[in-house]
Design a protein around this ligand. Structure first.
Ligand code: 0WK
Ligand code: 0WK
Ligand code: BGC
Ligand code: BGC
Length: 876
């Protein structure tokens, strides 16, 4: 069952020969691969419009569809469907009953869709080999799969359906076309992608169609143009052409099937048979004592006991082995660990062969298309559908890989057809992005939930329990202009680690001068030991003091430490937990000021007076507060996300005193860690969270900040690529690389200034070879992700400004918020949407956004200066 590429290339060549035989007038009658003309001569060109009905019989589901196609130049359409059961008495009954049943279901469907008063054209997807001489006719050659209805073979199924429909006086339907499901799938995908010229089904049954040159179809008059050929490749090998590859299990399975000797290729590939193949192999291995201690259970002896869903479950990435144990136990087989591994292996071999054989036949069709076009290299799209391809965890990838190995001269996009032989890549894109489009009602809920968490976090009883921790900062006032002197400041936690020297002048010459140097924090330091981290910080300080020639001075220092710290005073801060990219050991629960002091002592080269530790939001607010006393809120939407604001002391239960205000560091990044906003988190958010350094933590931050937005986009792009909507369905190594989609690319891609060509250039830089369509989709995804981030940030900020307004008990509030022009906030789209959302959700607040270029370092120095001044006053 393991087929090498040489064998696959041989199967490919054999199938090419079968195709030529099937296309030949003289050879067709004896050909096994019937190459049936479909009388479909072209793909949709977008000018189609109108309302149609369709029934789709032959796959795992029997469905009726109502399709509306609009010629609005956007190729939009609407599809409504209803499934109906196909019990055995229908699939193995007699013809008249079958078509009556189809007509009854259609009548019921029209009833439910209130269509009975309409005269509508009907398309009939009939997934069995039919010889056609025109579109609205099809003589059934043979039943396949689980169908065996008497009295239909060699009759025109369209006439049979029409007769059945005529019995329904209350419906007026005209059967205009009979198509095979492969043809329906190709047309559906062709509506989205004009390159689509192959339709492939890998489901209960398997088959493929493609656009053949009329001059090669000798069964149909005319040499101009092309026509879609339904290959009916399921019958490949029915003449023994594949007997050298068929195993004893294939033969045993065939003997036990509804149509022995028929559809032999299909019986090695499709989902109706793979489970049975696995059962027969396991049965033999058990009888030979290789499995289950040789104990054969009734289940193992029962045909059809192992189904495709079992094989797919046993091959799942993570939970495959536990599924195997569960499934085998369910079959009373009581497997050992080794048994489970062996059974998984059997499943893999069987489904791998299926994918490889499919690839070999598809490669033959692709080669024929390329040769028909006399091209050395060809770019094309394969529209694809079917349960096995859609649900098996590894089938699609294996098929794509094998096809690319067998026909390297063909650049193939695999496009999954949505809504079956119905419609719509756009629909799948909308479906993927819809969870990101948060309606105003939901945003109001987020605002109100944030507000509740803000209130709760201030309560004494919430200490240690609240997710939004509302940490007191012991910063109680904005500078009053009397501050002066030289201060050192450290700025740790953002993209860059900075050491700053800040000179503050007071009085008439009131000014702040800053000199800073940026230092890198290598990953191994960010995620090493606490000692190494603080030694590195002190090393940088030493270099800076050297560089500034101020090594001897014992300067007061303000430490901007952009992580959640519980403070008991301005110069004490116990790290609650690391966030963003940091995970140094032996730090959480420790006082970061003490750790810095110890590191300075360890170095024993200079001494500093650490006066204050502040959060970057506080430093940022203070930087701006120096200019605008109305500035009482500091917002960071950068690598991380957080906000601080001046709160009335009377509302801060854990700090003594009721007079005046104190700045609260909300640490809103952790909003939702209790699950309160899980209902807006998407599967992509969960993926990003699971792959982060702190799963389950900082959930709000992971939907709003720069460290994660790029990863969310990458996860969406992977999913869309898997669906064949992007990058030809090919997930490149680059796209698999975590963090490759840096946030800076997002702002570049989603900014309107950038033409599609430049978007493609960025994607190229990322090793993503894209089409124009691809770049349009990528641009849209970037826009949707950053818009959600801004809307969520806006909802949170609206909660804070509303609280401020109510604190003041005023109808209208004027307030200034200072966002830093950091990684995310500099997005044109982000800041616009943020402002609009705050206005929408806090209409009684006039919020001025004051972008500050100085970062938080200046603020930290000012806080240090204030603390120093207060300290000196206290000394007197
Ligand atoms: C969905 C298509 C239908 C086709 C089916 C095949 O709409 O026309 O027959 O896929 O997949 P299956 O349901 O057999 O897995
Ligand atoms: C610059 C500030 C710093 C803050 C950073 C946040 O000086 O305190 O942490 O901005 O933006 P990011 O670098 O994370 O984008
Ligand atoms: C049928 C084909 C059909 C395929 C997929 C085969 O058994 O012969 O007509 O396209 O199944 O449904
Ligand atoms: C941290 C905050 C910080 C924010 C912005 C978050 O991850 O927990 O303390 O203010 O990032 O840097």
């Amino acid at each position: 069952m393991r087929l090498s590429d040489d064998v696959l290339l041989d199967v490919m060549a054999r199938f090419q020969a079968e195709m030529v035989k099937g296309l030949g007038r003289d050879t067709n009658p004896t050909a096994t691969v019937k190459m049936l003309p479909s009388f479909v001569r072209s793909l949709p060109d977008g000018s189609e419009k109108g309302e149609f009905l369709a029934v789709d019989l032959g796959g795992s589901q029997f469905r009726a569809h109502q399709v509306k196609v609009f010629d609005d130049g956007r190729q939009s359409s609407q599809l409504e469907s209803k499934s109906y059961p196909t019990p055995k008495e229908v699939t193995q009954g007699n013809g008249a009953e079958l078509f009556d049943y189809i007509a009854d279901c259609l009548s019921d469907f029209m009833e439910t869709r209130n269509l009975k008063n309409k005269k509508l054209p009907l398309g009939f997807t009939f997934s069995f080999p039919c010889r056609q001489t025109k579109l609205e006719e099809g003589v059934l050659l043979a039943w396949t799969k689980h169908f065996r209805v008497r009295g239909v073979q060699d009759t025109d199924v369209v006439s049979s359906l029409r007769r059945a429909l005529q019995k329904h006086q209350d419906i007026d339907v005209d059967v205009l076309a009979l198509v095979n499901d492969t043809v329906g799938t190709m047309m559906t995908c062709g509506y989205d992608d004009q390159r689509c010229e192959v339709g492939l089904i890998i489901g209960t049954g398997t088959n493929a169609c493609y656009m053949e040159e009329m001059r090669h179809i000798s069964l149909v008059e005319g040499d101009e143009g092309r026509m879609c050929i339904n290959t009916e490749w399921g019958a490949f090998g029915d003449d023994g052409a594949l007997d050298d590859l068929r195993t004893e299990f294939d033969r045993e399975l065939d003997l036990g099937s509804l149509n022995p000797g028929k559809q032999l290729f299909e019986k090695m590939i499709s989902s109706l048979y793979l489970g049975e193949l696995v059962r027969l192999i396991l049965l033999k291995m058990t009888k030979e004592g290789l499995l289950f201690n040789g104990k054969v259970s009734t289940a193992l002896l029962t045909k059809g006991k192992i189904e495709m869903k079992h094989v797919s479950a046993m091959e799942k990435y993570k939970e495959g082995l536990s599924n195997t144990k569960e499934i085998l136990t369910g079959l009373n087989l009581f497997p050992s660990e080794e048994d489970c591994v062996a059974v998984q292996h059997v499943c893999t071999i069987v489904s791998f062969r299926s994918a490889n054989l499919c690839a070999a036949a598809l490669a033959a069709i692709l080669t024929r298309l390329r040769e028909n076009k006399k091209l050395l290299r060809m770019r094309t799209t394969v529209g694809i559908d079917g349960g096995l391809y859609k649900t098996h965890p590894k089938f699609a990838k294996r098929l794509h890989k094998a096809v690319r190995r067998l026909v390297p001269t063909c650049d193939v996009r695999f496009l999954l057809s949505a809504g079956g032989s119905g419609r719509g890549a756009r629909r799948r894109l909308d479906a993927a992005l819809a969870p990101f489009l948060l309606p105003p009602g939901t945003l109001r809920e987020v605002r109100d939930k944030m507000r509740a968490e803000l209130e709760y976090g201030l309560k004494r009883e919430a200490q240690g329990k609240a997710t939004v921790k509302m940490l007191p900062t012991y910063v109680c006032g904005t500078p009053d202009g009397t501050e002066k002197g030289k201060f050192l400041a450290l700025d740790l936690g953002g993209t860059n680690f900075r050491v700053l020297l800040v000179k503050i002048k007071s009085g008439r010459r009131r000014s702040v001068q800053m000199y800073n140097k940026i230092f890198a924090i290598p990953l191994e330091i960010m995620q090493g030991t606490g000692e190494e981290l603080f030694d590195h910080i002190v090393q940088c300080i030493a270099e800076f003091l050297e560089y500034m020639g101020i090594k001897g001075a014992r300067l007061p220092l303000g430490f901007t430490f952009s992580f959640p710290c519980r403070q008991a005073s301005i110069d004490k801060g116990t790290l609650v937990g690391w966030t963003k990219g940091f995970k140094a050991t032996d730090c959480e629960g420790e006082d970061v000021v003490d750790m810095l002091r110890e590191a300075i002592r360890r170095r024993n080269e200079f001494d500093l007076d650490i006066v204050a530790v502040v959060n970057d939001t506080v430093g940022t607010m203070m930087t701006c507060g120096y200019e605008d006393p109305n500035c009482e809120i500091g917002l960071i939407a950068g690598t991380g996300s957080n906000v601080c604001y001046m709160e009335d002391m009377k509302n801060i239960e854990i700090v003594e005193g009721n007079e005046g205000k104190m700045c609260i560091n909300t640490e809103w990044g952790a909003f939702g860690d209790n699950g309160c906003i899980d209902y807006i988190r998407t599967k992509y958010d969960r993926e990003v969270d699971e792959g982060s350094l702190n799963p389950g933590k900082q959930r709000y931050e992971k939907m709003t900040s720069g460290m994660y937005l790029g990863e969310i986009v990458r996860q969406i792009l992977i999913d869309l690529t898997k669906q064949g909507l992007l990058f030809r369905g090919h997930i490149s190594e680059s796209l698999r690389k975590r963090g490759i989609f840096e946030t800076k690319f997002l702002s570049q891609i989603e900014s309107d200034r950038l033409a599609l060509l430049q978007v493609r250039r960025i994607l190229q830089q990322l090793g993503l070879d894209s089409t124009c369509d691809d770049s349009i989709i990528v641009k849209e995804v970037c826009g949707v992700v950053s818009t959600r981030a801004a809307r969520l940030c806006g909802a949170g900020l609206a909660a804070v400004v509303e609280k401020k307004r109510e604190n003041r008990g005023v109808e209208r509030l004027q307030i200034t918020v200072v966002p830093l022009p950091s990684a995310v906030c500099s997005f044109a789209l982000f800041s616009t949407v943020l402002r609009e959302t705050v206005k929408e959700l806090a209409p009684q607040c006039d919020v001025t956004f004051m972008l500050s270029e100085d970062g938080s370092g200046k603020g930290a120095a000012l806080i240090t200066a204030v603390a120093k001044r207060l300290h000196n006053v206290g000394q007197k």
